[in-house]
Write a protein that binds this ligand. Structure first.
Ligand SMILES: Cc1cc2nc3c(=O)[nH]c(=O)nc-3n(C[C@H](O)[C@H](O)[C@H](O)COP(=O)(O)O)c2cc1C
Length: 251
């Protein structure tokens, strides 16, 4: 992705949706954090959640100038389907949050996202991703700063047939990587097997892997399988910040 990360363990999206906990997550030692998901509606003025998040990010930029923690911003749309409206929501999100992001995430992992629908049309997906990437390139030249862009997709253990073609499409549209959320997988070694399978055909494409990580051994298995970075969410809650800090210090 062209970014230097202080370590390979990040805090997944959903924990700090409004960028309220940045100093605390820095202290736990996370190498990166994904703020959001922030749902933007392009046809309305920014709502109070969007404004509060922007405000928190502005403040954080001042007080954490020397922080090495990287910051992803996860963008969402509450419109269904891969439509012009959804595309406009993501474009609006990119425009608002560009100045505060080390990388941007197009979140296609929510439960009723079209990417999780068995009847997903590959052509519709490609055209949607092409348009998002076109908007992204335009902002990169307007802001005169390239911000890497990735998409987050979920892989349910029972339903994951679209993932290889989604990755191919992301790569073809020159996305900088993907966040892959593994849901309902029975154990981490099966996740690791699936990651190495994906890596065998996407060797040079960064994969950020999330879902079910509970220990250093889990992290090691996923990194050995080819994950570029990993993220945790539930373990911070179930194990607490001190154990998490210890776990991260190994990376
Ligand atoms: C309460 C809760 C809220 C979440 N919110 C988001 C979100 O807003 N955006 C997103 O991409 N993922 C969200 N997630 C998914 C997490 O980022 C992560 O992919 C998932 O929890 C699996 O990781 P874990 O097994 O370490 O918890 C959420 C998860 C939980 C439990």
């Amino acid at each position: 992705m062209g970014i230097r990360f202080p370590n390979s363990v990040g805090l997944a999206a959903g924990f700090d949706r409004y960028a309220r906990f940045l100093p605390y997550t820095q202290r736990v030692g996370f190498g990166f954090i994904e703020i959001g998901t922030i749902n933007v509606n392009a046809s309305k003025t920014p709502d109070s959640a969007v404004l509060a998040t922007l405000d928190n990010l502005k403040k954080a930029t001042k007080y954490s100038k020397n922080s090495v923690q990287r910051r992803g911003i996860s963008l969402g749309s509450l419109h269904d389907g891969l439509t012009k409206q959804t595309e406009a929501d993501f474009a609006n999100g990119m425009m608002l949050f560009w100045p505060y992001a080390d990388y941007l995430v197009i979140n296609l992992s929510r439960p009723n996202s079209p990417t999780r629908n068995p009847s997903l049309e590959p052509k519709a997906l490609t055209s949607f991703l092409t348009n998002i990437k076109r908007d992204h390139s335009q902002f990169a030249s307007e802001f005169r700063r390239y911000v890497p862009i990735v998409a987050k997709v979920a892989i349910d253990h029972e339903c994951n047939e679209h993932i290889p073609e989604i990755l191919l499409s992301l790569k073809a549209q020159q996305f900088d990587g993907a966040v892959i959320a593994f849901e309902n997988w029975p154990d981490i070694s099966r996740v690791a097997d699936y990651v190495s399978q994906l890596k065998s055909t996407n060797e040079d494409f960064p994969l950020i892997v999330v879902g079910g990580i509970r220990s250093c051994d889990d992290i090691e298995q996923l990194m050995a399988a080819g994950a570029s970075l990993v993220q945790v969410f539930s373990s911070l809650i179930t194990q607490g910040p001190l154990r998490m800090q210890k776990m991260i210090s190994n990376y």
